[in-house]
Write a protein that binds this ligand. Structure first.
Ligand code: BTN
Length: 255
């Protein structure tokens, strides 16, 4: 079991609320009105309007899971390079999950966290951009910890508790997550972009495995994930050569 991890800045300021519409929304509001310091964290026991990718909602039973938003100011990143922030967060999330769950943990492109073939966490990053840089970034993460029954139509949900048959202390998981996200964010700041790209690609769900995909025209095809490009498109080797897919242009038929 993981020990309390110390961070330099992520989580030094923590807003914990019993109930919120959405931790991301609260964090965006803090940025707009309160001049928060970098690394400010917002958590909630329950969200009445938790936001997922593509306008989906995020299911989370009260007090069971980690619902967290982290405020960052990555001014050193240009809008063109914003995908690397997704990679940093995914790597931190994977490291955190790996501390508590003794099963294979991977990143399902673009930034879902999978335990074997089930989704344990989702990430919603909301960036505010200028023409030259990322002005602010809200890193929203929903990590399923103690919930055992899922009622929404989210595909393949799982939790730490379902995988490990025990209950976990949320504060410990929150601190561990902050520690690992900070670790990878500091690597990014120090210029280790090649390492981040390599580690992200190696951690991809079904990396280099032959599997079935469906494209937006409904065509099912065989392919092998080879990696991602700089703007986060998935590279799949198919019988017709190497293809690039943007978010939601391709669906994994396995998992
Ligand atoms: C996904 O659809 O996979 C992304 C889900 C992200 C959910 C988290 S929960 C904490 C934060 N606040 C939100 O409203 N959404 C994110």
């Amino acid at each position: 079991m993981s020990q309390k991890q110390n961070t330099f800045f992520i989580g030094k300021v923590l807003h914990h609320c019993h109930e919120l519409h959405s931790t991301n929304e609260f964090a965006l509001d803090l940025i707009a009105k309160n001049n928060p310091i970098e690394g400010t964290v917002v958590t909630a026991d329950f969200q009445t309007a938790g936001r997922g990718q593509l306008n989906n909602s995020w299911e989370s039973a009260a007090g069971q899971n980690l619902l967290i938003s982290i405020i960052l100011f990555p001014h050193f990143l240009t809008p063109k390079h914003q995908f690397i922030l997704n990679q940093v967060v995914s790597l931190g999330l994977n490291d955190c999950v790996g501390q508590f769950v003794s099963k294979k943990v991977t990143i399902k492109w673009s930034n879902d966290c999978y335990i074997e073939n089930k989704k344990v966490a989702g990430v919603l990053i909301q960036n505010s951009l200028t023409s030259k840089m990322i002005q602010s970034s809200v890193i929203g993460i929903g990590l399923n910890v103690n919930q055992q029954l899922f009622t929404s139509n989210a595909p393949n949900p799982t939790s730490f508790s379902l995988e490990m048959n025990q209950q976990f202390e949320l504060a410990n998981i929150r601190d561990t997550l902050c520690y690992f996200i900070e670790k990878w964010y500091l690597k990014l700041k120090a210029g280790h972009r090649d390492l981040i790209q390599k580690k992200y690609i190696e951690s991809l769900y079904l990396y280099q495995k032959n599997t079935l995909y469906r494209d937006t025209n409904g065509v099912v095809f065989n392919g092998v994930v080879q990696g991602v490009d700089d703007i986060g498109r998935l590279l799949i080797q198919t019988n017709q050569g190497l293809k690039r897919y943007s978010f939601k242009e391709v669906q994994f038929l396995h998992g």
